[in-house]
Design a protein. Structure first.
Length: 260
């Protein structure tokens, strides 16, 4: 399936095919909510933004089947791309994504919000090929008992891409000691005049905070849910669309056990 976006505004799309190619024309400013599942097992997606275009995209997994999502994006001069991966389902997911910042002023922001019931594996690369480009990565995960989560996030600044910025943050909350969580923040810098950073936290909920919440009448499940909201709820603010925001908020609150 190919989506050629030439009008500003918000769109919803349910992906039924194995491919999704998104092309945003010059100067177009759009938002796109894509829901998909793992019935096709492997999904391939290409994104291209022309000069001065902007796209805010959410890839929302609504199925419990195992799925591999392979995505590649090319961002041209003064274009802006924000992509969010929303993984709240129970299936195994493998996401492989590459973002190429091809001309000066290109901007890419990659976000993820994930609940790992079984296995979630992300390999994300943001590649700066020209000067004055910016890449940001913000990844948040809640890892349940006996589940597996892996995040390999790479910011790569090529030779000649001076005055570029590559920053990444990953926060992982584990629900027990029986898990397999791995975070690999990578910075590959081949230029001197750049800004680059990474930050990672990985650990279990604070027992003192849980105890305090339980003294206020919450069950342990509800207390855990309240603590995990801070990791996942920001993804619901990606769009201005109130219906989508409320839908995501309710789903996140339910799946973290806030209403248990």
């Amino acid at each position: 399936m190919k989506l050629n976006i030439k009008n500003d505004g918000f769109m919803e799309y349910t992906l039924e095919d194995k491919t999704l190619d998104i092309y945003v024309e010059k100067g177009t400013h759009a938002s796109l909510y894509v829901s998909y599942n793992g019935k096709n097992n492997v999904i391939s997606s290409n994104i291209a933004l022309e000069q001065d275009a902007s796209l805010t995209l959410m890839m929302k997994n609504d199925g419990d089947e195992d799925v591999e999502l392979i995505q590649q994006a090319e961002v041209q001069k003064d274009a802006s791309l924000t992509v969010a991966y929303c993984e709240l389902n129970k299936g195994n997911t493998n996401v492989k994504a590459k973002y190429y910042l091809l001309e000066s002023g290109a901007f890419a922001q990659i976000k993820s919000a994930c609940i790992a019931d079984k296995k979630k594996d992300f390999t994300i690369q943001c590649i700066h090929e020209c000067p004055y480009t910016t890449g940001l990565m913000e990844n948040y995960a809640v890892v349940k008992d006996k589940a597996s989560y892996r995040m390999e996030a790479t910011g790569k600044i090529e030779k000649g891409a001076h005055d570029s910025a590559s920053h990444q943050t990953t926060r992982v909350l584990t629900m027990s000691e029986k898990h397999n969580s791995e975070v690999l923040p990578v910075l590959l810098i081949d230029e001197n005049e750049v800004k680059a950073s990474h930050a990672t936290t990985l650990g279990q909920p604070d027992e003192n905070q849980l105890y305090y919440l339980q003294t206020r009448g919450l069950s342990r499940s509800q207390a855990l849910g309240l603590l995990t909201l801070g990791y996942l709820l920001p993804i619901s603010e990606l769009f201005d669309n109130e219906e989508i925001k409320e839908k995501l908020k309710n789903e996140i609150e339910k799946k973290v056990g806030l209403y248990a």
